[in-house]
Design a protein around this ligand. Structure first.
Ligand SMILES: NC(=O)c1ccc[n+]([C@@H]2O[C@H](COP(=O)([O-])OP(=O)(O)OC[C@H]3O[C@@H](n4cnc5c(N)ncnc54)[C@H](O)[C@@H]3O)[C@@H](O)[C@H]2O)c1
Length: 401
């Protein structure tokens, strides 16, 4: 089969790397530089090796393109484009719009269209299908399905093969075709009764994490006020064999999912007249963590950070990846600058960020660890500054929550 995947980022390239085992794959992306690199056998995504990419390129199983006409004979088109928030924190479906336009304008035969991008319930039925039909010049009876992506880039224990995959088609035929496609590389397919259930389940999974992270972040503040260690307390609670799941405090939530997806759920819930108060409160608590961290550091350092050299260590939103989307490091840096600190950052995985290059580790009065990558050893961090505040809870000997 010819599989076209719109968007060759974290999700799209990962799916491409699995689909190319048994199919011909076209990776469509509108960023020419990415396409050029992919066709030269250079992967930009953790979890998809350049070696694997070159293997598929050499066997003509995969090619990347910016040319939408190349997808015209696809049997399956997978949508894997971003679904961010607008400036006023509302769902931004402009990338989905452009993917639907590409599909509508380009497809010359009936195909299965699968959405893997995260969005609110009803997106497939009420948004994607009508849009594709609007842009189609020919009357084609495409099949539509949703299979929300659960990939955790960089993770080795849970991957495309062993992570259960939710899916549902708009029709039983679409569901069957979707099952047939994913069963070539996923061992555990879970069909649900409607696309809306799959869409809502994805949002709820990430809302569950967002709310629990906010809860533990609030608890870190309560523990500090009580004069007890939050980490020891959480470890103690975690000895309960049932009914408890441990989350760790942090400088906030980052990435394209946890700070974003719950707001998609809140959007749809508010439209239905149901207030999503937990989601809003969790957003507030998580967004206020950078200020809390900077305040703790300020108090420990004589009540002022003015003129102090502060190095922020780890600006990616999570360990061992170069992804900086929605990273709390940005808010921590803003907060430090507003306190008059002289801020630099060090991240050997990210290397370049916001038109700046990572500085060498050390040379500051204060170090604040936001994300710990395995390539930086704890000892070097502890020696990098006379005062080290570790928000990850991993570095013994450093200050922290
Ligand atoms: N990254 C993850 O871990 C993850 C996990 C689960 C779900 N998701 C969801 O999957 C979706 C994609 O996320 P991602 O992390 O892969 O994003 P990404 O930014 O890494 O990749 C998206 C790619 O789509 C391309 N693109 C945008 N509009 C396009 C268009 N009109 N035509 C062709 N290409 C276009 C961009 O250039 C980019 O390369 C989002 O909805 C996200 O919430 C992501």
């Amino acid at each position: 089969m010819l599989i076209s995947i719109i968007g060759q980022g974290y999700v799209g390239l990962t799916i491409a790397s699995f689909a190319a085992r048994k199919n011909q794959v076209i990776g469509l992306d509108n960023r020419a530089e990415i396409v050029e690199n992919l066709n030269a056998g250079k992967s930009h995504i953790e979890g998809v090796s350049s070696e694997l990419l070159r293997k598929y390129l050499n066997k003509n199983k995969y090619r990347a393109t910016t040319d939408q006409n190349q997808i015209s004979n696809s049997d399956i088109v997978v949508i894997a484009v971003p679904t961010p928030l607008t400036k006023d924190r509302k769902p931004d479906l402009t990338f989905i719009d452009s993917a639907c336009k590409i599909i509508g304008e380009s497809l010359k035969k009936e195909a299965l269209i699968i959405n893997e991008s995260t969005s609110f319930p009803g997106t497939l039925r009420n948004y994607i299908k009508p849009l594709v039909e609007k842009y189609s010049k020919e009357k084609l009876n495409h099949h539509y399905a949703i299979s929300p992506e659960r990939v955790d880039p960089g993770r080795k224990d849970w991957n495309q093969k062993n992570t259960p995959r939710l899916f549902s088609g708009l029709t039983p035929e679409a569901s069957e075709k979707t099952r047939a496609f994913y069963s070539t590389f996923c061992d555990n397919l879970v069909e649900v009764s409607s696309p809306e259930v799959a869409e809502a389940a994805k949002l709820f999974e990430n809302t569950f994490r967002q709310v629990n992270i906010a809860l533990v972040n609030e608890f870190a503040q309560i523990s500090n006020a009580l004069g007890i260690s939050v980490h020891e307390t959480l470890q103690a609670a975690d000895t309960k064999p049932y009914g408890f799941m441990k989350f760790n405090p942090s400088a906030g939530v980052g990435g394209h999912c946890i700070p974003v997806d719950p707001t998609y759920l809140a959007h749809v819930s508010e439209e239905l007249g149901v207030p999503a108060t937990f989601i809003q409160r969790a957003n507030e608590v998580n967004l206020q963590m950078p200020k809390y961290v900077v305040n703790r550091v300020k108090v420990d350092n004589g009540g002022s950070l003015k003129g102090k050299k502060v190095q922020v260590i780890g600006v990616a939103y999570k360990p061992n990846v170069a992804d900086t989307r929605e990273t709390p490091a940005e808010l921590v840096i803003n907060e430090l600058e507003s306190e008059g600190a002289l801020v630099s950052w060090h991240d050997p995985v990210v290397k370049n960020w916001q038109e700046q290059t990572s500085t060498a580790l050390g040379g500051s009065d204060i170090a604040i660890v936001i994300t710990h990558h395995n390539v930086i050893d704890f000892d070097s961090i502890l020696k990098s500054a006379p005062y080290v505040f570790d928000t990850t809870g991993k570095i013994s000997g450093a200050k922290g929550f």
